[in-house]
Design a protein around this ligand. Structure first.
Ligand SMILES: NC(=O)c1ccc[n+]([C@@H]2O[C@H](COP(=O)([O-])OP(=O)(O)OC[C@H]3O[C@@H](n4cnc5c(N)ncnc54)[C@H](OP(=O)(O)O)[C@@H]3O)[C@@H](O)[C@H]2O)c1
Length: 294
């Protein structure tokens, strides 16, 4: 039995690879928990584990969905963010989903978000020229000064298109996409031949339940796919959970040496989550939002 844990059988939502949360079910989510009782020789009382336990005080597991974590490597919260599923998502996108071409220009959208900050920094570690796209001047400052990106473009600025053009003078070779919709459309004309696009998320579409009815740029996209010989691949990170050891071997040293910056937005207490949670969908959070429930 682990403290902090998950509930009922998953039901897959039509617009997501994640299960629908039923009325009365615990909120779905990755957690760090502590083993309080164990009949499994692989887990001792007091061990810290990462898993999909969700927002509840206790959960029961046979251990197959738990991963032991070492609290000495980094603060516990980092195992939910840059060294957890969030960092793994960015790492898988840039190292397994596409064939990396270091030296070119990588553009990361929602670059000040949880996955975005990890993707942008992995890009820097891999030798890309990294351009981050984010909303607002404070996020642009963060990307340039704290993360050391080569350029930051504020998509809320009235002259966004001109700023983007200035930021990618040699075009775009690689994209790590978190947002979708109009931002993706803005990148399209700048893609170089044989550009590779890892589609990690479509945050702007995440709450949409109906088919998209506005004017689309699908014909432009398909034309670019053919004539620019683009590679576009999406992925679901649970399909790559077996890569955790490889990912940690690659990035944990950088985190321990302070070469991997990560911001956290901590909500203290279950009772404060309803008020803070929507901020994640309003672009008001930098880095990883984490709820500390006990
Ligand atoms: N493929 C996978 O298995 C996998 C795993 C984990 C996460 N994801 C996906 O990865 C993406 C990023 O996750 P995250 O945890 O990094 O998110 P996050 O930290 O909450 O970042 C989301 C950011 O997206 C930007 N955004 C732009 N347009 C938006 C819109 N219309 N609505 C809401 N946000 C908008 C906002 O930043 P700006 O205003 O600065 O642009 C916002 O802060 C999400 O789409 C998530 O679903 C995928």
């Amino acid at each position: 039995m682990a403290r902090g844990g998950t509930g009922s059988a998953p039901r897959v939502h039509a617009n997501s690879d994640q299960p629908t949360i039923g009325i009365g079910d615990p909120m779905f989510g990755f957690t760090i928990a502590v083993i309080e009782q164990s009949d499994n020789p692989g887990f001792a009382v007091g061990d810290h584990v990462a898993g999909m336990s969700g927002w509840q005080d206790y959960a029961v597991s046979d251990g197959s969905d738990l991963r032991k974590i070492d609290p000495e490597v980094a603060p516990l919260s980092a195992h939910l963010g840059v060294l957890g599923m969030t960092g793994l998502t960015a790492w898988v996108g840039l190292t397994r989903i596409i064939n990396p071409k270091p030296g070119g220009t990588l553009v990361v959208t929602a670059a000040a978000g949880a996955v975005g900050t990890a993707a942008a920094q992995i890009g820097k570690l891999r030798g890309y020229r990294v351009v981050g796209v984010a909303g607002g001047p404070e996020k642009s400052r963060h990307l340039l000064e704290d993360l050391g990106l080569d350029a930051a473009v504020d998509h809320k600025a009235a002259d966004f298109a001109e700023r983007l053009t200035d930021a990618v003078p040699d075009g775009i070779d690689t994209v790590y996409e978190n947002v979708g919709a109009s931002l993706f459309g803005a990148l399209l004309p700048h893609l170089n031949p044989k550009a590779q696009l890892a589609i990690g998320g479509v945050m702007s579409q995440i709450t949409r339940t109906q088919a998209f009815e506005g004017p689309g740029r699908l014909p432009d996209l398909l034309r670019a796919v053919v004539y620019k010989d683009l590679t576009i691949r999406g992925f679901s990170v649970p399909d790559h959970f077996d890569r955790y050891p490889e990912f940690l071997a690659d990035l944990a040293p950088a985190a321990a040496q302070g070469r991997l910056h990560y911001s956290e937005h901590i909500i203290e207490g279950l009772e404060n989550i309803p008020a803070s949670f929507p901020e994640m969908f309003q672009g008001r959070v930098m880095g990883k939002m984490i709820a500390k429930i006990n």
